[in-house]
Design a protein around this ligand. Structure first.
Ligand SMILES: Cc1cc2nc3c(=O)[nH]c(=O)nc-3n(C[C@H](O)[C@H](O)[C@H](O)COP(=O)(O)O)c2cc1C
Length: 335
């Protein structure tokens, strides 16, 4: 008889790495870096604290790979070698608590403003990112040189994460940020080989991942994808299932299924824990690699039930852990 996995079951994620349990901490911006994107003592203690949750993996917040991809003032950077010392301190703090360390890499594309990007707000098609309750500026259309710079910036960002000691990089392709704009028909209406159809809209993300995989054969690679855009005319679940298949095929280790252009918060008709888990479950049913489910998860018993139902292989718990990592561990992981 096959015994269903539970929250404390280990999970082998590649030939070298086995997670000690099914809990991960998802990326959550701490807004504690310097204006130059360098980690401060506050950033480092923040991650040591999150690792007290007992999670097998802590993914550090969205980190820009190029100054044109910044989206907030005190955001962490991985765009320069000057960032490496601070990133090393974050990875060391997480790993000293017996967790694996991940770093989310991002470019905001058009989901920022011209001030933050020093006048260089750009997107795949020069289409305003349709964020709810906010009127963003219209970005300029990216040229082929911009595409090359974007690609090389992600590759260098991943190199820096490896030098800093991170075990995993996660490419942020959700919540309306850069790669989400490339994937979504709402914001990518290019007619060249990086637009046109779903395969072409995937091309840039695929190129980045293949280059990083070639440089770092054993680095864990996660991609945070939308289960759907949750925006009219955007990515639907079937598009995300096709995307998941493409990512699995090129050697991605983990898929982190969140939401798209509509943002990470609870879509209004969804109730209860695991508000984005229906999409994670549909994607987990279509791929062999582990899927991370997220969205309002608060209890160990919910995680066990979802694991038992094969809805995902790993649970991300954000705000419930942010509030009280040690308390959450005591009540939900050690119970
Ligand atoms: C303060 C805060 C910052 C966040 N920053 C990020 C981020 O940097 N990257 C990201 O992909 N998601 C970010 N998110 C979304 C979380 O990763 C997660 O998907 C969301 O909080 C839902 O999970 P939860 O209900 O367990 O908190 C952030 C959420 C919060 C509360």
């Amino acid at each position: 008889m096959k015994i269903a996995p539970h929250r404390n079951s280990p999970l082998r994620v590649n030939s070298q790495i086995t997670f000690k349990n099914r809990l991960i901490v998802p990326p959550m911006a701490s807004s504690t870096a310097t204006a130059e994107g360098i980690a401060t003592p506050k950033t480092i203690s923040h991650y040591a604290r999150l690792a007290d949750s007992g999670a097998s993996l802590v993914i550090a917040e969205y980190t820009y790979v190029h100054p044109s991809g910044r989206s907030e003032e005190l955001q962490l950077g991985a765009s320069s070698d000057l960032h490496i010392a601070g990133l090393t301190a974050i990875a060391t703090a997480i790993k000293s608590k017996d967790a694996y360390a991940g770093l989310q890499l991002t470019h905001s594309g058009g989901k920022s403003n011209s001030q933050m990007t020093t006048g260089n707000l750009m997107g795949p098609s020069g289409i305003r990112v349709p964020v709810k309750n906010e009127e963003l500026e219209t970005p300029r259309t990216m040229t082929r040189e911009d595409v090359d710079l974007w690609r090389s910036s992600f590759v260098s960002g991943a190199d820096r994460a490896v030098v800093a000691g991170f075990d995993l990089v996660e490419f942020h392709a959700a919540h309306g940020y850069g790669f989400n704009q490339w994937l979504s028909p709402l914001t990518n209406q290019r007619s060249d080989q990086y637009g046109k159809d779903a395969a072409s809209r995937f091309r840039l993300l695929g190129e980045v991942i293949s280059a990083v995989r070639a440089n770092h054969p054993r680095l864990l690679i996660s991609v945070r994808i939308p289960g759907q855009d949750f925006y009219p005319g955007g990515l639907q679940l079937e598009d995300s299932i096709a995307l998941a298949g493409r990512l699995e095929k090129i050697g991605v280790d983990l898929l982190h299924v969140s939401s798209g252009i509509g943002g990470w918060r609870r879509p209004s008709p969804r109730l209860g824990q695991g508000y984005l888990v229906p999409e994670a479950a549909a994607i987990q049913a279509s791929v062999q690699i582990p899927v991370i489910g997220v969205g309002g998860i608060e209890t160990g018993s919910y995680i066990d039930a979802a694991l038992g139902g094969n809805q995902f292989a790993l649970a991300a718990v954000g705000r419930a852990i942010l509030k009280d990592p040690l308390g959450w561990r005591a009540s939900e992981m050690n119970s």
